[in-house]
Design a protein around this ligand. Structure first.
Ligand code: ATP
Length: 573
């Protein structure tokens, strides 16, 4: 497939506001692809060159792209800058200056390989190498291809194709319906690599997908916890449980494969460079290969206190990592092990896995197992919960001792219990900002008066609205958020957003906000959970608690299914 054909399809996908249509176009693209094109196409349509967990970045910012556009199309730099001010979109700027068509277009595989080479350029003179490589690639492209190449390079695809859309499109391409989705999803949960899954399906069919196993170096999608209203409900539903403190740090997956250690965040970004002390501790483990799951939290050795979440996340900045590692070192409370010395442990009962983790970590001060208490009594579980809260922790996680590690699942293998502020929901909700209203009076001065917020429907790969948010931020908070919102503004409602409201400005779904509300109520105006015979859900008295940019992608926001369960639970309380 030529890059120009892919670009034409990206244009078609951009133009549609129907998700079914998006799936159809993408499945046509897959049907027309050969095996070696599946990987590159899968990564490129998501604005990537490799799976999300591989830190492969092209490394060309807007300034260098302007220079490349000017050289490739022999336009004066000032003119390119001026045009770009008018269009406000570097992709469109490149499109306007590139020739409408080219006799020869590189193939998708070639374009991907050339971008990969640009990404890999390092060391002295690498910036010039990157710039030259990109300029020569641009010069080979027609207008539509140039637009998409620039957007891919900036990681700013307008489409926002989520993982479920890719999985549906692969299923449609092979079967003409969604029937392969469960097998595809299971393989995806174990490997987190959509390109690998596409290739495997084409080369080795469904059995090939089943044979894709957990392996060190490739993150699994994390197992997540369900909610129940109180300790009694937990014991009633789960019986005997293992109870652990719920630490308010950062979820971290630790992989050791021979001499190499890699760390991944909750949403599977590579965090290896940010936490050298965890890397050092993991490389000392007595195992050839291992995958651990845990919560990393900064610890102040002088005051012997754990540092709040916000400060732990500050470590993700590039500067001062080494100083931080010395002054406020991290500790990881390990609560699971999924792989050891070539063996997949995910199917073992939790109690066995935990024992293996304990044995592995005996000698480490940095990687320590989270304490586990076994109980079948609601009173004891309540005591544990209160005790952990009084020690400044978030609450507890109760786990079924006989449960496997189910990658990517949120189910009753794990149940989280948090502080219960009476009368309110006992958990916050993570919403995605979908649009905003400019506001009146004082609010108008800040640029934004209220935010339109939604949750995620993973079956449909769609964001549906649940609330308008107007409280929780300080004056400065509103100004700051407005600045971030403007960079995400889009002219039309994105295809993946399903809303009856029309805000003053639509946003590309990206920012996740943590919101506290009193209650979930039925609503005829919000699309969360709405169907032909059912009204939607809304939040009563919502207020913003924090912006969760560190560890959550929009698809990691609270799901419609969770909202429905929280609604049912509050009625039972
Ligand atoms: P939250 O906002 O409550 O952290 P979440 O969506 O990030 O929710 P949940 O599945 O709801 O994730 O809660 C589990 C999270 O709690 C894990 O992702 C992990 O980061 C954290 N955690 C802290 N301590 C533990 C523990 N002992 N066992 C499992 N998870 C723990």
């Amino acid at each position: 497939m030529k890059f120009v054909e892919l670009a034409a399809n990206l244009d078609r996908m951009e133009a549609t506001s129907s998700r079914n249509e998006l799936v159809r176009i993408l499945s046509d693209v897959y049907r027309a692809s050969s095996e070696d094109e599946l990987g590159p196409i899968t990564y490129l349509i998501q604005g990537r060159l490799a799976p999300f967990f591989e830190p492969v970045e092209i490394g060309l910012g807007p300034g260098l792209l302007l220079a490349a556009i000017s050289t490739a199309y022999a336009a004066k730099k000032e003119d390119v800058v001026k045009l770009n001010k008018q269009t406000g979109d570097l992709g469109i700027t490149a499109q306007r200056l590139a020739p409408a068509s080219k006799r020869k277009s590189p193939t998708v595989v070639e374009a991907h390989a050339r971008l990969y080479e640009i990404a890999k350029a390092g060391g002295a003179g690498s910036q010039q190498k990157k710039l030259d490589g990109f300029t020569s690639l641009l010069a080979d492209l027609d207008a539509t291809s140039a637009k998409h190449l620039v957007r891919i390079t900036l990681g700013k695809m307008r489409l926002g194709i989520g993982d479920p859309t890719v999985l549906d499109a692969l299923s449609f391409a092979k079967k003409g319906d969604r029937s392969l989705r469960p097998v595809l999803e299971a393989a995806y949960n174990r490997t987190s690599d959509l390109g690998l899954i596409a290739r495997t399906l084409w080369e080795r069919g469904e059995t090939g997908l089943d044979a894709l196993k957990v392996r060190a170096g490739h993150p699994l999608r994390p197992q997540l916890a369900e909610r129940l209203p109180n300790p009694e409900a937990v014991i009633k539903k789960l019986g005997t449980v293992g109870v652990q403190p719920k630490y308010d740090g950062l979820r971290v997956q630790i992989h050791k494969d021979g001499d190499q250690v890699k760390l991944f965040s909750r949403n599977l970004e590579s965090w290896t460079d940010a936490f050298p002390e965890l890397v050092a501790a993991a490389s000392k483990l007595k195992a050839k290969s291992v995958i651990l799951d845990g919560e990393a939290i900064a610890y102040n050795p002088e005051s012997e206190e754990y540092v709040p979440f916000q400060e732990t996340t500050a470590r993700r900045r590039k500067e001062g990592i080494q100083e931080f590692a010395e002054q406020v070192p991290l500790r990881a409370f390990v609560f699971d092990v999924m792989f050891r010395d070539g063996t997949d442990l995910t199917q073992l009962p939790y109690e066995r896995r935990f024992a293996i983790a304990q044995e592995l970590l005996q000698k480490s001060d940095t990687l320590v197992t989270a304490p586990l208490t076994k109980t079948d009594s609601a009173e004891e579980l309540t005591r544990e919960l209160l005790d952990n809260i009084s020690r400044g922790l978030e609450g507890v996680v109760a786990k079924r001792l006989d449960s496997p590690y189910q990658a990517g699942a949120r189910n009753f293998n794990w149940v989280k219990l948090k502080r219960n502020t009476s009368g309110q929901l006992n958990d916050t909700i993570d919403v995605v900002l979908l649009g905003y209203y400019r506001g009146k009076g004082k609010r108008a001065e800040f640029g934004a008066g209220a935010l339109l917020a939604g949750v995620y429907d993973s079956d449909k790969d769609e964001f549906v609205t649940i609330s308008k948010l107007g409280t929780g931020l300080s004056d400065q908070g509103w100004r700051d958020i407005h600045r971030r919102l403007t960079s995400l503004e889009v002219l039309e409602k994105p295809a993946r957003v399903n809303s009856l409201f029309v805000p003053d400005a639509w946003l590309k779904p990206e920012i996740v906000a943590e919101v506290l509300a009193d209650e979930i109520t039925p609503s005829p105006r919000h699309t969360a959970g709405m169907s032909a015979d059912r009204s939607g859900f809304a939040l009563r008295f919502p207020r913003i608690v924090s912006l969760r940019t560190a560890d959550k992608k929009p698809e990691d926001a609270t799901s419609v299914r969770e909202i429905r369960e929280m609604f049912d639970q509050q009625r039972r309380r």
